[in-house]
Design a protein. Structure first.
Length: 105
């Protein structure tokens, strides 16, 4: 499973209603969208609807929809799923002028 959570570090609270797209890379076809959603009241998208396979994925966050004056209007995080049975939770910490991400264990 692939999930994400976005936290507004300036306000110290979840970033609600932030659009996120999940893409999967296919060698022959390039990037293809496999899921999307809006973060909920906890800043989370708990599931994108498609079980992951061993592949390269990209989460693209529409930060400008949340912070209209954002320095980084979109943030893309590319990562590799090696074990499809493992839960891949990627938190994103944002502010108007910066961001940080990691894989939660």
């Amino acid at each position: 499973m692939i999930s994400t959570q976005v936290v507004d570090t300036a306000l110290g609270q979840p970033a609600e209603r932030l659009p996120v797209v999940l893409d999967r890379f296919h060698t022959e076809h390039g990037w293809q969208q496999v899921g999307h959603g809006l973060t909920d009241g906890n800043g989370e998208i708990p599931d994108f609807g498609e079980p992951p396979a061993a592949a390269i994925y990209r989460l693209t966050y529409d930060v400008e929809a949340y912070f209209p004056e954002a320095f980084y209007p979109t943030i893309s995080v590319t990562f590799q799923v090696r074990d499809a049975g493992e839960h891949h939770h990627l938190p994103l910490l944002i502010s108007r002028h910066g961001y940080s991400t990691y894989k939660a264990v």
